[in-house]
Design a protein. Structure first.
Length: 428
């Protein structure tokens, strides 16, 4: 798990997240609307072409019904008058062909198009290669039979239009849609950033007020706690107390120590949230010796529960980082392991070198956690067991401190079997 150094990163991520959501919504709406307009306009334009293609055979059929019986030559001569009818192919890119049952062409007007013999009745699209430009041309074709009872036969009429203009218009429409979506993406990102900053501003202001309150309250609490601790030390050193009173004084002393630690942790979290941690002084030291000192410091905690703490490391070696920060991290992990370990159990602290990293692992055999609990344990004041004493800040401190020394932490836990927390520090 990568550490989080300050709360600015959290707000930046939140702002980016909501901006992206806004962009996705706006771009999706623009895309859907543009797509619907494109489909509707394409359908309307193609319907107009189809209507014009379909009207032509109807006009011919009406004219044929008005003609008197005549020879084919006379009939074809009169049909030649179709050039003056409305809806007929006086425009470039249109053609008209009349065929008999055998597929022989009786009349032809317009663009020269080499149609296949087996034309399917109804609307169809045919692709031809232009004789002049050697380009593929797409034609929309409508074919229908026309009955001429006085001729005792059926003829076929084929009308068609070159779709080049229609295809070019559709291409330009797609280009406009692409440009519109691009502009919507850019504008929605700019506006989304502005909008999210406005939305998050009062939240951030409230958070900063809470931080200032935490810092002020922590500072105010430090002085009386220090005075009480000093008074306790004086009482224990100067006076001989009865056993019962001595136990009560010791209990008060332990309680004050817990309060002091809680106040220091609150103050540390408030500082980390209000400004980025400074570059701490680095030094070379033996992490194994540091862990020995931490074990001595927490001896009273784990001895009260008869827990065996084993420090495991093969040989002395040094690591270059900030000793105080690493000591706080390791101490909080050990304290956390003690809290969740049953009596008469054991805890292993393992110090090792691995792949240009120094690893310190704290392993307990306590209650363990499932995957959902592991996701939340580094959140402030989170407690997965209300029966265990503590403020829920220890692992939050660990997370905040990791960034100061460019370290990472991983958690491997199994419910009912225990957990192992491993801190990895880059060795330079």
């Amino acid at each position: 798990m990568q550490s989080v150094i300050d709360e600015n990163t959290t707000f930046i991520k939140a702002r980016t997240k909501w901006t992206m959501i806004f962009v996705i919504v706006v771009v999706s709406l623009v895309s859907v609307i543009a797509g619907l307009i494109y489909i509707m306009t394409s359908t309307v334009d193609l319907s107009k072409i189809d209507l014009k293609l379909k009207n032509t055979p109807d006009l011919f059929e009406q004219k044929l019904q008005k003609l008197p019986q005549a020879t084919v030559d006379e009939l074809l001569g009169k049909i030649d008058g179709v050039r003056t009818l409305p809806f007929v192919f006086i425009e470039e890119g249109w053609f008209l062909e009349i065929r008999d049952m055998k597929g022989n062409t009786l009349l032809y007007f317009g663009d020269p198009v080499d149609l296949p013999d087996d034309i399917i009745q109804g609307f169809n699209n045919y692709v031809f290669e232009s004789e002049t430009s050697q380009e593929e041309m797409v034609y929309r074709i409508f074919s229908r039979e026309i009955k001429a009872p006085f001729l005792n036969r059926t003829i076929y009429m084929i009308s068609g239009r070159n779709l080049k203009e229609f295809i070019d218009e559709r291409f330009m429409a797609r280009m406009y849609i692409f440009i519109s979506i691009t502009l919507a993406l850019i504008c929605s990102w700019i506006f989304g950033r502005f909008l999210s900053s406005i939305v998050l501003k009062p939240i951030r202001q409230s958070y900063e007020k809470l931080q200032r309150f935490s810092m002020d309250a922590s500072h105010e609490l430090k002085t009386p706690i220090t005075i009480m601790k000093t008074s306790m030390d004086i009482i224990k050193s100067k006076y001989e107390l009865e056993p019962d009173l001595s136990r009560k004084i010791s209990l008060m002393d332990r309680t004050l120590n817990r309060m002091d630690k809680l106040v220091r942790q609150l103050l540390l979290l408030a500082k980390n949230g209000s400004e980025r941690l400074p570059d701490f002084r680095q030094e070379e030291f033996d992490p194994g010796l540091m862990c020995e000192e931490i074990c001595e410091e927490y001896h009273s905690l784990y001895s009260d529960k008869s827990i065996e703490v084993n420090l495991i490391y093969d040989e002395p070696f040094t690591v270059r980082t900030n000793r105080e920060i690493l000591s706080i991290i390791t101490g909080n992990l050990l304290e956390n392991a003690i809290k969740f370990s049953p009596k008469n159990s054991k805890i292993n602290i393992i110090v090792a070198k691995a792949h240009k990293k120094t690893c310190i692992s704290v392993q307990d055999f306590g209650t363990g956690m499932d995957s959902d609990e592991v996701k939340n344990i580094f959140e402030r004041f989170y407690k997965n067991n209300s029966n265990v004493e503590g403020s829920g800040l220890g692992l939050s401190i660990v997370r905040e401190m990791l960034g100061a020394i460019n370290a990472e932490i991983s958690v491997d836990s199994e419910k009912g079997k225990g957990s192992i927390f491993t801190v990895s520090i880059n060795r330079k």
